[in-house]
Design a protein around this ligand. Structure first.
Ligand code: ACO
Length: 322
């Protein structure tokens, strides 16, 4: 039995900033509406030649350097995305090739906005059972490519970016209280209609556009996320009151606020990057995590809770001590 320990993180954002003011020249919306309903002020857009793999590779290089490791040290790469470079091969193997990683396995995980939680859970379980030793876990997206830029109800919400974490398996008896302590995953395929992309290789032969019943997603979110957080805490046998930092999926300030209220969490202990990043789907948790790690909020020894919810519907949570 092994425990996956956190070793480092990295992030990558496109240079191009799209503000609410600029968006309001494209569709009938306003900075005031977007800010008050979502908390978003601006988001990043990938350049015309910039892909999910480009952003993922940059984030992965930074995470490796933060962990003091090279690609040679890694034998598992799990990449969460709903916006792969190509239908196949996986974006994970594209990134693996570019990093020069020759050992082990690389594959994509697809759980949309819950992607990073799913990828972290997958990698953690492979490390815990001793099948792999050191993992790169990446969330990377170019959601701008999926948006219908004439639909104001969706195009104002999303942005592009990538984040990565390095995990290393150590024997449980030497891990102390550190490492990934629990994860909890859920999905309900009866709710696909609430949030989906209306294209794909098999059904339409096109990429398609994101479609969402925002109100219903909103209503579904808080109760499910709060439940997953409670279950993850129960699995780790740690009360949620002991959390030092809450790093949620950054979909919407009001969803995050709802979860915080429901679980009685401390508002000052929430990491929010929604204002600057928008909703970057699978990239949002590692992007927020990296921001708070870099500015000194997340310290070694801190107990961090993560959660996500997205298309599927999928949702989940996890607890780790840095
Ligand atoms: N600018 C101005 N007005 C708008 C905009 C816009 N960008 N978008 C919608 N409106 C209008 C609507 O047309 C509607 O007008 P009407 O009353 O004349 O019909 C009015 O604003 C209210 O629309 P609602 O959809 O009821 O607004 P709501 O308060 O629910 O906010 C929002 C919409 C922000 C999408 C909200 O439902 C939400 O955040 N849902 C969660 C969705 C989400 O985060 N999805 C991300 C993927 S899943 C995940 O990551 C958790």
């Amino acid at each position: 039995p092994f425990r996956p320990l956190y070793r480092g993180c990295g992030a990558a954002l496109p240079d191009r900033i799209l503000t609410n003011a600029e968006l309001s020249t494209r569709v009938e919306t306003s900075d005031e509406w977007i800010r008050s309903r979502t908390g978003i002020q601006e988001r990043r857009l990938a350049g015309p030649e910039e892909t999910t793999a480009d952003l993922a590779e940059r984030a992965a290089q930074k995470a490796l350097s933060d962990a003091g490791m090279s690609a040679d040290d890694i034998d598992l790469l799990v990449l969460a995305t709903a916006t792969p470079d190509l239908t196949f091969p996986s974006t994970a193997t594209i990134v693996q090739g570019r990093l020069g990683m020759t050992k082990g396995a690389a594959f994509d995980v697809h759980a949309v906005c819950t992607g990073f939680v799913y990828a972290l859970a997958t990698a953690s379980n492979f490390l815990s059972c001793g099948q792999h030793r050191r993992a790169l876990v990446i969330g990377a997206e170019t959601f701008s490519r999926l948006l219908d830029w004439t639909d104001r109800t969706t195009c104002v919400l999303f942005g592009d970016g990538a984040g990565a974490m390095v995990l290393e398996a150590v024997p449980t008896e030497t891990a102390g209280d550190r490492g990934v302590l629990s994860t909890y995953l859920c999905s309900d395929g009866r709710l696909t209609d609430l949030l989906y992309v209306d294209g794909g290789p098999s059904r339409t032969g096109t990429v398609g556009h994101l479609r969402m019943q925002g109100n219903k997603v909103f209503k579904a979110a808080v109760i499910r996320i709060a439940d997953a957080m409670a279950k993850a805490a129960e699995r780790a046998d740690i009360p949620l009151t002991e959390i030092d930092w809450f790093v949620p999926h950054q979909a919407n300030e009001r969803i995050i606020g709802g979860v915080v209220d429901r679980l009685n969490l401390d508002r000052n202990r929430v990491v929010s990057t929604i204002a600057r990043h928008g909703n970057t789907s699978a990239a949002s948790i590692p992007l927020a995590f990296e921001t708070a790690r870099r500015d000194g909020r997340l310290k070694d020894g801190d107990l961090v809770a993560i959660e996500g919810m997205g298309g599927g519907l999928t949702w989940g949570a996890g607890l780790m001590r840095l």
